[in-house]
Design a protein around this ligand. Structure first.
Ligand code: AMP
Length: 430
């Protein structure tokens, strides 16, 4: 079905065309009619499924013309998501006269305040900074018609529950509320019951599942060899951009420092960095200035960087859900991606939990020189198309001319049924 059949407004259809989208994704197909109809919604979908457009497109359609008072409030757990979602709204609304603003902490108040003074229709905000403006009178929530609570599970993990409840209480009772959460455990259901009225549920895919276009693998390694394995994987992998996850901020800084001395261009993203540093890191990673970004889980949710070809979990994530979120940073919107997890013997329980959570065994691969013996993680079948033991002998980083040797580790091919057939080696590029 094309977007045209969904009854979106003419300017929105033009915005969609300008964004280059041709067909709605499953969550868009199911959520857009509900939102256009004015109903409340609880949506859960895998990352990278087009969730933002699923709410932004019908919201812009419903708003129509600029009215210089905030009518839509979108709450996001992180500054990066608030900025990203505001950009999506602005892009889709480019053929309307609607005004949008992103409101988040860590940066000065001046610019945001001057945007607010001009009169905005749509605010994408993190809870803390939004409340600063509510308290000083720069933002009034009495005209909010549509409230979007995005990534609610993350918002609660981050301790935003009291302020989110306060914000909900300040919006008019007569409103439309859209609620998105990867999982809906009882404490989140309680917020939903408090915030929503007769919501329709839209679920796409299985919450716990890994996007089918992602090839993921475990690399067992001794603790002392972790960093060397990371460097070896990068050298052997034909990547465009790699997101490396560390469990701690300190660890992220350390990995980044070491990678820089190994001649990689590296950005770092974690909560102890200033907002300007975070903005610069993400922008540089998006533009290709940095080939590697080392991040904590702050980057795992929702951040949309086109063309992340590889995710490497330097540390196994603490929560099984974070595994799905982290590796969801690659393979977004129909692209394929690879995700590797470095596993030391201490991680055996975490890996068992993750495999139980996602309902599948993660294939285990080895790199020559890092033949750490297994520790109870199931041995997968050797994927077809691979020679010898795992990624052995897959090539090297090219010397002159910036060529990269090696392979795109585990890049999926699809058979005629759309299933993965094998991890395949690729020839040299460039
Ligand atoms: P999201 O899940 O909202 O973070 O979106 C993931 C990515 O999919 C973003 O880069 C979107 O621009 C892209 N996207 C969303 N909807 C579509 C669509 N209908 N067709 C193609 N790409 C899309």
């Amino acid at each position: 079905m094309a977007f045209k059949a969904l009854n979106l407004s003419e300017p929105v259809l033009r915005g969609i065309q300008a964004a280059g989208y041709t067909d709605p994704t499953p969550i868009q197909l199911r959520a857009i009619p509900v939102v256009l109809g004015g109903g409340d919604l609880i949506g859960s979908a895998q990352t990278g499924t087009g969730k933002t457009a699923a709410f932004a497109l019908p919201i812009i359609s419903r708003l129509g013309k600029h009215a210089a008072k905030p009518r839509v409030l979108v709450l996001e757990p992180t500054r990066e998501l608030a900025a990203q979602v505001e950009t999506a709204f602005r892009d889709f609304a480019r053929f309307t006269d609607l005004r949008t603003v992103a409101v988040f902490g860590g940066v000065g108040y001046g610019l945001q305040r001057s945007e607010l003074r001009k009169g905005v229709d749509i605010i994408a905000a993190t809870p803390g900074r939004l409340m600063d403006y509510v308290h000083d009178g720069s933002i009034n929530l009495r005209d909010i018609q549509i409230l979007v609570l995005d990534e609610v599970d993350r918002m609660l993990d981050m301790g935003f529950l009291p302020v989110v409840k306060d914000i909900i209480g300040r919006c008019p009772r007569e409103r439309q509320t859209l609620f998105f959460s990867a999982t809906v455990p009882p404490e989140i259901q309680a917020v939903a019951s408090f915030a929503l009225r007769n919501p329709q549920r839209v679920e796409v895919g299985v919450n716990r599942s890994v996007n089918r276009s992602i090839n993921h693998a475990l690399y067992p390694v001794a603790l002392a060899q972790k960093f060397d394995l990371l460097v070896a994987l990068l050298a052997k992998t034909d990547f465009d951009s790699v997101l490396v996850f560390s469990r701690t901020k300190h660890g992220a800084d350390k990995i980044a420092r070491k990678l820089k001395s190994a001649n990689h261009s590296v950005a770092v993203l974690h909560a102890n960095r200033s907002q300007n540093q975070r903005i610069e890191a993400l922008a540089g990673f998006k533009s290709g200035k940095y080939e590697v970004m080392v991040a904590t889980d702050i980057a795992a949710r929702g951040i949309d960087v086109a063309g992340v070809t590889h995710v490497i979990n330097y540390d196994v994530p603490e929560n099984p859900e974070d595994y799905v979120h982290r590796i969801g940073r690659t393979g977004r919107a129909q692209a394929v991606g690879d995700a590797f997890t470095l596993v030391t013997p201490e991680n055996a329980d975490d890996i068992r939990d993750i495999q139980r959570f996602i309902g599948q065994k993660i294939p285990e691969l080895r790199l020559e020189g890092f033949d750490y013996l297994p520790f109870g993680v199931a041995q997968p079948k050797q994927p077809r198309g691979q020679q010898g033991g795992g990624h052995r002998g897959g090539g090297h980083r090219g010397g002159g001319g910036g060529q990269r040797g090696g392979f795109r580790g585990g890049h999926a091919n699809r058979d005629s049924n759309g299933g993965k057939v094998a991890f395949q080696f690729r020839g040299r590029r460039g």
